[in-house]
Design a protein around this ligand. Structure first.
Ligand code: ATP
Ligand code: MG
Length: 482
């Protein structure tokens, strides 16, 4: 089983296919051509000999009639003539009369016998016939002997001339020998060229496979550099860009895992410190106990919040696209509800929340995920704001999209941070953010949710002046293409 698989693999290899192609294109036609040439040579020789013998025989036939040889085969002059013809062609000459009796055979073998063969019958109808005995290299040409009776030409007998053609075979042997020598030289040259070129063609692939294996085994870190042919060059660079992308994905996955562990550890560390210091104290007053326990409770809330955020993110990862629970949602009501919920936090920081709606908007969205997305945008506007600042939310639509704008007059962010804010755990000012609270997962969740709805989010921010988020969501949910 295994062996046949290996054999199949060898047959399927580019090298083997090249060799088979060369055999097919280079060797097979050569064999066919030389066989055809040999056959054609014999055919042409016979044709030329027949066209020599026929007129000769016709002249002799006329002499046979004028001498009355058919009735009297003992005439010496004709017999000598027939013998001479036989000698010329290196074969025998026979004369057949109208009753198909062989009245003369210069070899004396068949004299007196009856000659019956398709060729003789054809001759008796007035046409010459030829037959080649390949085994003995004998050519037989039968020519009608014609006589004129009261103006009408009748066939009264046949002259059969046999020519020995061994010279054709000798020539053929010579040709075949030549063809074999030439063929061997041809096969050798072709073989060398085939091996050379098939190796040259398959070499880059072997190199390519080896490079890939080295990278996989960790032996090599460098890019694949096989550039023997432009096609392979293209393949290498495509492969390299794929490998680089995989590297980036792998790095970001590692970074994500380390970030998650770090974030989950921080509240635990705080709780541990709080608990330890309580334990180390003797006679702890009740108020201190309460205070520390409140702090521990807050840390537990924080831990729960991080885990919930992570779970939302995982749920929103690509594979969970089907889990979107789409319904027709009144976006005006949705945003008003979100703002009502966030009002207490805003009021605590004396921040004015303003909602401006240009028209009633109905959109096909997942209400829960859309709420997560918008809540985080408005919450950020409140969190990263100045005292007595404001957050403006506006809602608009055209026939295709729903537009939500969240604008604040807060602290803004530096330009080089903007491209990172949608990354998980990214926070612009880590120390400041800590005191404000938050894990840096909010915008990652917002973005995932918007992307799942096939929407789009853009940021504009100036440090110290404020930030604007522009969100665009299709009014009708677009099913994922097959
Ligand atoms: P979480 O939302 O998970 O509780 P977070 O608010 O810190 O935490 P994100 O919402 O992802 O995380 O925001 C990432 C960072 O982007 C924030 O830490 C903040 O530095 C910056 N940022 C986000 N929105 C604003 C904004 N409106 N103004 C200024 N900075 C902002
Ligand atoms: Mg946030």
């Amino acid at each position: 089983m295994k062996r046949s698989g290996r054999f199949k693999n060898i047959l399927k290899s580019l090298k083997m296919q090249t060799i088979m192609l060369v055999i097919f294109v280079g060797i097979l036609p050569a064999i066919v051509l030389s066989v055809a040439f040999n056959k054609f040579y014999v055919y042409k020789q016979i044709e030329s000999d027949v066209s020599d013998i026929v007129p000769h025989g016709e002249v002799v036939g006329a002499q046979i009639i004028s001498s009355g040889y058919l009735n009297d085969p003992s005439q010496d002059n004709i017999n000598t003539l027939l013998q001479a013809i036989g000698n010329t062609y290196g074969g025998r000459v026979m004369v057949v009369n109208s009753s198909l009796n062989i009245i003369k055979d210069t070899y004396k073998v068949d004299e007196g016998k009856t000659a019956i063969s398709p060729e003789i019958i054809q001759v008796m109808e007035g046409q010459y016939a030829d037959f080649y005995d390949k085994e003995n290299s004998d050519l037989f040409v039968a020519i009608p002997i014609k006589s004129t009776f009261s103006g009408e030409e009748l066939t009264v007998g046949a002259l059969i001339i046999n020519k020995n053609m061994t010279y054709v075979n000798a020539n053929l042997d010579y040709f075949i020998n030549f063809e074999i020598v030439f063929g061997l030289v041809w096969i050798t040259i072709l073989g060398i060229l085939t091996i050379h070129f098939s190796t040259r063609i398959t070499n880059p692939f072997s190199k390519f496979t080896k490079s890939l294996k080295d990278i996989e085994d960790g032996v090599s870190e460098s890019d694949i550099a096989v550039n023997d042919f432009s096609e392979v060059d293209e393949l290498s660079s495509q492969m390299n860009s794929l490998l680089n992308r995989m590297k980036v994905v792998d790095e970001s996955r590692q970074e994500f895992v380390s970030n998650v562990s770090h974030e989950l550890k921080t509240p635990l560390t705080s709780m541990k410190v709080l608990a330890d210091s309580l334990n180390s104290m003797e006679d702890v007053p009740n108020e201190l106990y309460k205070e520390f326990m409140t702090d521990i409770g807050a840390e537990i809330d924080r831990e729960t919040q991080i885990i919930n955020d992570l779970l939302s993110l995982v749920k929103m990862d690509k594979g969970a696209r089907e889990s979107l629970n789409i319904s027709s949602v009144n976006m005006n009501e949705l945003i008003e509800l979100i703002m009502k919920r966030l009002k207490p936090i805003a009021e605590k920081q004396q921040i004015e929340l303003v909602f401006e709606s240009f028209r009633p908007v109905m959109a096909e969205v997942d209400q829960v995920k859309m709420t997560l997305a918008i809540t985080n945008l408005i919450e950020n506007g409140i969190k990263y704001n100045k005292e007595t600042g404001w957050v403006h939310v506006s809602l608009n639509s055209d026939h295709q999209y729903c537009y939500i704008k969240v604008q604040d007059c807060g602290i803004g962010m530096p330009q080089d941070s903007i491209e990172h804010i949608f990354e998980r755990f990214y926070r612009v000012d880590k120390s400041h953010s800590r005191e404000i609270g938050g894990t840096g997962l909010g915008l990652a969740i917002t973005k995932s949710s918007i992307v799942m709805h096939r929407g789009d989010i853009k940021v504009h921010s100036v440090e110290g002046e404020g930030t604007t988020f522009d969100v665009r969501i299709p009014l009708n949910y677009i099913e994922e293409a097959e």
